[in-house]
Design a protein around this ligand. Structure first.
Ligand code: PAN
Ligand code: ZN
Length: 197
């Protein structure tokens, strides 16, 4: 940067929906076909359109992945929907560098941040517009959309956090967020019962 120079920022956030615009914003999306191992109810999964978008992520990664001390920023939008009784949700992950935390915050819609520690204890925090969530170190995290409109949340995480999807994909989270009697409930993943409700 030139000494004493003044410039306009090259990125911006649309404040109503946290849509990111500008230089080097990366857009990605996950469709049903990308999320085979994520949902518990295989039969209901097969009936869905493989091209249906479940969630999209915008991210701004201003420094090289792995840079110590840098910060990344993102907006995730999860569409409303369910696979059987299980709400549409993100894949979820531990950070590859386990001792890296993260902030999430609710922007729009009603959701649940699902957290699991290394002992496989799982719990949920309700996400709503303005809710702030500190995700501590050593904790896997994913978000489910419990509402009938798109759920939008923001995220900020260290540029040397990395993502470990293998562990959560192979073993899953120990609980699933399903709708039973019109209410969201966390149910042990091992129980086959939730599929039949
Ligand atoms: C978020 C997530 C984003 C998508 O930016 O990466 O919400 O979820 P998955 O990565 O689990 O598909 C974050 O937690 N970054 O660390
Ligand atoms: Zn993360």
């Amino acid at each position: 940067m030139l000494h004493n120079s003044i410039s306009k920022p090259k990125q911006s956030i649309q404040l109503n929906n946290w849509f990111l615009q500008g230089k080097d914003i990366i857009n990605s999306e996950k469709r049903i076909k990308h999320l085979k191992e994520v949902f518990g109810d295989e039969e209901s999964f097969k009936k869905l359109d493989p091209e249906k978008v479940v969630y999209s992520v915008q991210s701004y990664l201003p420094v090289k992945e792995g840079t110590p001390g840098g910060l990344y920023f993102g907006t995730t939008t999860i569409q409303p929907g369910k696979v059987g009784n299980e709400y549409f949700m993100t894949r979820g992950h531990f950070h590859a560098n386990l001792d890296r935390g993260e902030y999430y915050w609710g922007v729009q819609g009603e959701g649940m941040l699902i957290l699991m520690d290394k002992n496989r204890n799982t719990w949920g925090e309700i996400m709503s517009p303005g809710s702030l969530h500190y995700i501590g170190v050593n904790i896997a995290h994913r978000v489910a959309n419990m509402g009938s409109t798109a759920l939008i949340f923001g995220a900020c995480w260290p540029s040397d956090a990395g993502h470990n999807y293998e562990e959560t994909e192979q073993k899953g989270f120990s609980s699933r967020l399903v709708e039973i009697n019109h209410k969201p409930q966390l149910i042990d993943s091992e129980l086959p019962l939730w599929k039949k409700q």
